[in-house]
Design a protein around this ligand. Structure first.
Ligand code: ZN
Length: 188
């Protein structure tokens, strides 16, 4: 089975679970500029039918139990994935998002993605809520950034890649993801 850039020589997996077709979002596990600059506001998000929406993340109350936290988080992730998949014109891809313990992510990463080009399927991993050290609303915002970041890697999947281009791609993806989310949150 071939995924993404797996066929390119010279790329070594960081961990077995995350083979070379993965890209990772690197960042601090506690806080970052993207989680501090958010301003709350009313929600005007596209297709936002669930109780927990992007703008509402800013007001989200910390759920009482870890089960509730997991459920609300998954609901939020699915909803935001749907919005960004549409915005980024990735509707021909079947994409899911899964919460993943830190031990299953590459060191110092907050997420990753694996795709199968022929099948047009992809799985995005975001750090599990139990491994986050942020307040609930900030955690959701950070997870959304992971989703956008990984979707941008998917957008670039058809470009030639090499070990040397990874750093440049990472910087570009970071910048674009933060710009997109900044615009999105300013609108709300
Ligand atoms: Zn990345």
């Amino acid at each position: 089975m071939r995924y993404g850039v797996a066929a390119l020589p010279g790329l070594r997996p960081i961990r077995n679970l995350y083979a070379p077709h993965h890209t990772f979002r690197f960042g601090p596990l506690t806080s970052g500029p993207y989680t501090q600059a958010m301003s709350p506001g009313s929600n005007v998000g596209v297709g936002c039918v669930l109780a927990l929406c992007a703008a509402m993340a800013a007001h989200a109350q910390t759920p009482a139990t870890s089960l509730e936290k997991t459920q609300q988080t998954q609901q939020f992730l699915d909803q935001r994935l749907s919005v960004w998949r549409e915005r980024l014109k990735l509707l021909d891809w079947r994409i899911s998002v899964a919460m993943t313990p830190r031990s299953d992510l590459a060191p110092k990463t907050l997420g990753g993605i694996r795709w199968d080009k022929p099948k047009k399927t992809a799985v995005i991993w975001v750090l599990d809520p139990s491994d986050y050290r942020l307040p609930f609303p900030a955690m959701l915002e950070d997870m959304e950034l992971t989703i956008v970041h990984e979707l941008l890697h998917l957008e670039l999947a058809s470009l030639p890649r090499s070990q040397a281009s990874r750093g440049s791609e990472e910087r570009a993806v970071n910048g674009i993801a933060e710009a997109l989310l900044g615009l999105d949150r300013k609108k709300q």
